[in-house]
Design a protein around this ligand. Structure first.
Ligand SMILES: Cc1ncc(COP(=O)(O)O)c(C=O)c1O
Length: 388
């Protein structure tokens, strides 16, 4: 028996593969510092956990409405309206189990074979995986290191065609930590305003930034009408395992995403949604404390990475990843990542796992303690005689 033909076009996320490899080495007794995984190392805030526990005790253990609990959709609509400076309603909100299903449901609902999709390169590997899975045409647009990993806008413009159906933006970005500047977003909005395209604006790292607050493309005229905002609780509230995310989009698209959810999930866990409500409506000091800690680690990590022979790392403006250029080592970044795992006990990701233009870079997550970060860089320096 063979799998369906479409399975030969689907990709994966290599962070999980590297994590499995690292865990296998740990089982053999090797010490590994984990800088590969994209998840905050902080606990879910206590009041959110309590709300989840209460919800379980109160019986929020049954099916709920497919697009989400009304009180959570209302809360998300208020939150997005306030933080993005736009006006959206509960009708525009689809609550799903994590941010990822918004990609899967939204792209499946929109894309026909042959439709062109513009997306950043390097970027979250699931974008490209789903584009190929759905038979659409991948139109990666390189991110430029010297522009803080924003697009080259001329290349962006040249990639647009009458077949462009979807444009994916991600700011702050995985894997680069880059934030698209407001001027660039305005130009992109101007390029897209009169086109029949939808924008998938992945804003999952919207609260994790260290300089100016990242802007959403939806703040520019005519954009709310053609944008799916993807956001969620995984990163902001350290809730990766609760599986809670959402999309905010025009009603006709929300109806389509809801139909996909009826077919795939029925609904998102009800007690999880109650915890999400407490996260959005309750105190935000845990988020502020997490971001302040990330900022310290970012500064330390980038400074330390720049002392490794052959590494050059710019200061990321958001998310919790450093993305050094390692071409100075003259080692292919895949071989370098493997070498660092097996010889230095430092798990990181090859930049090329995020797209062709990530080749020559490594992604280090700083969702680990300052002590571990410093130890990791020390270990890397010790083995750098291999290339230095
Ligand atoms: C850019 C980006 N979007 C979406 C997600 C998915 O988030 P979730 O765990 O909520 O599905 C991630 C997770 O790593 C991400 O990096």
């Amino acid at each position: 028996m063979k799998l369906a033909e479409r399975m030969s076009h689907i990709g994966t996320e290599s962070a999980f593969e590297v994590l499995a490899k690292a865990r296998a080495l740990e089982k053999q007794g090797k010490s590994i510092i984990h800088l590969e995984i994209g998840e905050p190392d902080f606990p879910t805030p206590a009041h959110v956990v309590e709300a989840g526990q209460h919800a379980l005790a109160e019986g929020w253990t049954k099916y709920g409405p497919t697009p989400g609990l009304p009180e959570l959709r209302e809360s998300i609509a208020r939150y997005i309206s306030r933080t993005r400076g736009i006006s959206v309603a509960a009708d525009n909100v689809c609550v799903v189990p994590g941010g990822k299903p918004i990609m899967y449901f939204g792209m499946t609902a929109l894309l026909n074979p042959g439709d062109e999709v513009i997306y950043p390169d390097p970027s979250f590997p699931i974008y490209e995986s789903l584009i190929h899975f759905l038979g659409a045409k991948a139109m990666p647009v390189p991110l430029v290191e010297s522009r803080g990993f924003s697009f080259d806008l001329d290349t962006f413009e040249k990639s647009l065609s009458p077949k462009t159906k979807l444009v994916i933006l991600n700011s702050p970005a995985n894997p680069t930590g880059g934030v698209i500047p407001k001027e660039d977003l305005k130009k992109i909005a101007d390029l897209l305003r009169d086109r029949d395209v939808i924008i998938l604006s992945d804003e999952i790292y919207s609260r994790i930034y260290y300089e100016e607050k990242p802007e959403s493309i939806t703040q520019f005229p005519g954009m709310v009408e053609k944008t799916i905002i993807l956001d969620g609780f995984s990163k902001t509230y350290s809730m990766t395992g609760w599986r809670l995310g959402y999309g905010v989009m025009p009603k006709w698209l929300a109806d389509a995403v809801t139909l996909m959810a009826v077919n795939a999930t029925s609904c998102t866990a009800s007690f999880t949604q109650r915890a999400g409500l407490a996260a959005l409506e309750g105190p935000q000091d845990a988020v502020d404390a997490m971001v302040a800690e990330f900022k310290k680690r970012r500064n330390t990590m980038v400074q330390a990475l720049n002392t490794v022979p052959g590494f050059r790392c710019s200061l990321p403006a958001g998310a919790f990843y450093a993305f050094p250029n390692v071409t100075g080592t003259k080692m292919p970044s895949k071989a370098l990542a493997d070498f660092l795992l097996t010889e230095a006990g430092v798990a990181c990701l090859n930049g090329a796992a995020f797209g062709q233009h990530g080749d020559g870079f490594l992604r280090f997550s700083y969702a680990n303690s300052l002590a571990n970060i410093l130890e990791a860089i020390d270990r890397i320096k010790k083995v750098s005689t291999k290339w230095a």
